[in-house]
Design a protein around this ligand. Structure first.
Ligand SMILES: [Zn+2]
Ligand SMILES: [Zn+2]
Length: 122
């Protein structure tokens, strides 16, 4: 991605913030592993990664897997479409990645593989 040869620290992929030291680099690395789902200008959801400095400050919905608690954060700003549209789009996005959405219950691809059930037999 944006890693330059010889650059010891990965910069934030969103704002380009470059950590000043190893400690900050570790923190930034942890922060940028979080996946954010954000609606673009046309309402289409896109994936983004942020450091603490550029993380969205608006309302956020945690789309966590019911089993392991992992999952993206869905952020909706003022320009977002309606919340139900946004949630439907987020579910489509997750399902395209192999998530299973049953009612209000979300299961990530890793937990689907780990859990024996009728869904894995199909
Ligand atoms: Zn950033
Ligand atoms: Zn999971």
């Amino acid at each position: 991605m944006s890693v330059l040869p010889g650059d010891p620290f990965r910069a934030c992929p969103h704002c380009g913030h470059r950590p000043a030291g190893r400690r900050e680099a570790r923190q930034l690395c942890a922060d940028t592993t979080v996946t954010w789902l954000e609606p673009g200008p046309d309402g289409t959801l896109g994936e983004a990664h942020h450091c603490t400095a550029c993380a969205p400050t608006g309302p956020v919905i945690d789309l966590a897997c019911d089993t392991c608690g992992d999952g993206p954060l869905l952020c909706y700003a003022a320009r977002s479409p309606s919340l139900s549209d946004l949630l439907a789009a987020a579910r489509r996005w997750l399902c395209a990645l192999g998530w299973q959405a049953t009612g209000r219950c979300l299961t990530c691809p890793a937990c689907r593989r780990a859990a024996p059930g009728p869904s894995t037999a199909r």
